[in-house]
Design a protein around this ligand. Structure first.
Ligand code: FER
Length: 389
């Protein structure tokens, strides 16, 4: 089984490298395919893949460009994980039905899997739609793009909280908007329809903040620098643009940050650098490289030392800072858990949980987003800031 697992990941990741790296990267591709085989020898146990995955193995040349592009927002899975969360904290804080609004009992416990009730489309709910916009980035000296999910009936007469959602490696501003399997529209729309959260704008930037439009991501330190530079683009260029162009609520209580994989890594980095900006944060399946480390993709110089992985003393910190990862993640393995351990050792408050059965995929993304919004819902209801029934 181990051999098969390695082969699955090798096939998938090689496909990504081949598709996403541009034409000047022959060497990188060969290296990538070699290292991935090795990499998975040391990885966590990986679940048997479904039949769609078998197609990937035997038929990876047959995948469309669209399929390939989806990797940055998670390995494709044939179906939603059908299991609803059965987990229960022993003593969760709880609000009464009337406080929680929308009928359900709202509590602050993590539900490891996003309930189908929130990830499934409902006939009676009108969902928001993604559009695309651009802004001038002083950081990069370039016009750059983003996708934006505006609520149904978006109106300049209302103001909405904003989630900035960061894609994985080799992705762009279409990685999330182009993959309906992540259920972003449904999770936000259903939770808003149930009165748990306010209608929320979701901004999906292009996280590769390079000044040279021809630079491409790859598994080497220099090619990863534009990802680390995104903090400047986000804070100095994109956020001011969004706040000027859209009808948004500002301030940390109404500004959320989440990311998947490479986007999860930058989510943690940005949150530690600028903890006062974001009230609610979720890093899903965060990629290695925050601290010096090596996996079979590359050696990471690290953005900071392990001992520096904490909030500055006295800093205003997020109300909720979640780190999570699938317990079958075949790409980032135990790196997210190690981030949790460093934060814990260094005394920085956060929530850590694992998503049973999830790989580096949409089941992890759905779980992280759902729990982020659930924590937001709980806090706002507790503070009496919830939406009116
Ligand atoms: C790495 C392993 C995984 C890495 C990045 C990733 C930059 C990202 C994976 C993803 O975004 O899906 O060593 O180094």
């Amino acid at each position: 089984m181990m051999k098969r697992k390695s082969y699955i990941s090798t096939a998938l990741l090689l496909v990504v490298a081949l598709s996403a790296c541009g034409k000047n990267m022959q060497e990188e591709r060969v290296m990538y395919s070699n290292i991935v085989t090795e990499e998975n020898k040391g990885m966590n146990d990986v679940a048997e893949k479904n039949s769609e995955m078998s197609d990937v193995i035997t038929n990876n040349n047959g995948l469309s460009e669209e399929d390939l592009g989806k990797f940055a927002s998670g390995i494709a899975t044939a179906e939603d994980n059908p299991q609803e969360s059965l987990s229960a904290e022993s003593t969760p804080q709880e609000l009464s039905n009337s406080e929680a609004e929308g009928g359900a009992t709202l509590n602050d416990e993590i539900e490891e899997l996003c309930p189908l009730k929130y990830s499934s489309p409902r006939a009676d709910v009108k969902y928001g739609a993604f559009t695309h916009g651009t802004y001038y980035s002083e950081t990069c000296g370039l016009e750059r793009g983003y996708s934006i999910l505006l609520p149904k009936d978006y109106s300049e007469d209302e103001k909405y909280p904003v989630l900035y959602l960061l894609h994985g490696i080799f992705g762009n501003e279409y990685s999330f908007s182009g993959d309906s399997g992540n259920r972003i529209k449904e999770i936000v729309g259903n939770m808003a329809a149930d009165g748990l959260i306010e209608e929320t704008i979701v901004v999906c930037p292009n996280m590769y903040a390079a000044s040279d439009p021809n630079q491409q991501p790859a598994f080497d330190p220099e090619s990863c620098l534009p990802y680390d530079n995104f903090i400047n683009d986000l804070v100095n260029d994109l956020m001011p643009h969004i706040e000027k162009e859209y009808s948004v609520l500002t301030g940390r209580e109404n500004t959320y940050l989440a990311g998947f994989s490479m986007g999860g890594r930058e989510t943690i980095y940005i949150t530690l650098q600028r903890p006062e900006l974001f009230g609610y944060v979720c890093a899903i399946s965060a990629a290695p490289g925050i601290v010096p480390s090596a996996d079979h993709f590359m050696t990471h110089p690290g953005q900071m030392a392990e001992s520096e992985m904490h909030f500055a003393q006295g800093a205003v910190t997020p109300n909720v800072f979640i780190l999570c990862c699938g317990d079958k993640d075949s790409v980032v393995g135990s790196f997210p858990k190690s981030y949790h351990e460093f934060l814990e050792t260094n005394g920085s408050e956060h929530i850590w949980y694992e998503i049973p059965g999830a790989d580096h995929d949409n089941n992890a993304i759905k779980s992280g987003l759902y729990n982020l919004f659930k924590q937001i819902a709980f806090d706002k209801a507790k503070e009496g800031h919830g939406t009116e029934p």
